[in-house]
Design a protein around this ligand. Structure first.
Ligand code: HEM
Length: 132
């Protein structure tokens, strides 16, 4: 059996938080039609409940992300450029999620909901690229 070390814990926490932030958004989006038909205000209640888990997960992603950067210490251009792209996607993922959360019109909510999902998926993809 392979041994467990700090790298195992670091990647476990990073990937666990990514499953909540990215996977949670996808699952919530898939549930919206069912939540809407369950009654007025049900979608908003579910979204608020999700936010109470999603933002702490985003915080864990940032903290363990910094831990990743320090631990990996790869100075190659390819790694650094990929990391820059990841920073942009993570920032866009957080900002669009915040705008989506605070939107008052349905159109803004739909556009920023789609954008935050895409940026989160992009950050996930580039994260896997960094770990290769
Ligand atoms: C939306 C936020 C984020 C998502 C969805 C995400 C997702 C991921 C995933 C899935 C991996 C691959 C892990 C593996 O295959 O073992 C990864 C690796 C990595 N992430 Fe993130 N991440 C996020 C935020 C961050 C942030 C904020 C930073 C930097 C401050 C960061 C830096 C890194 C680094 C350096 C790696 C490579 C780790 C290694 O090779 O050991 N990530 N990320």
């Amino acid at each position: 059996m392979k041994s467990v070390d700090w790298e195992t814990l670091r990647l476990f926490l990073h990937v666990l938080a990514a499953t909540v932030w990215v996977g949670g958004q996808l699952v919530l989006a898939a549930l919206v039609p069912a939540l809407r038909s369950a009654g007025q205000g049900v979608t908003a209640t579910a979204a608020r409940a999700f936010n109470r888990v999603a933002w702490p997960a985003f915080g864990v992603l940032v903290v363990t992300g910094v831990w990743n950067v320090v631990a990996v210490d790869d100075t190659s251009d390819a790694f650094q450029h990929t990391l820059m792209l990841k920073y942009v996607l993570v920032l866009a993922s957080g900002v669009t999620a915040l705008v989506h959360q605070r939107a008052s019109s349905r159109a803004t909510m739909a556009v920023f909901g789609a954008l935050t999902g895409l940026c989160a998926l992009g950050a996930l993809f580039v994260g896997v690229l960094l770990a290769q």
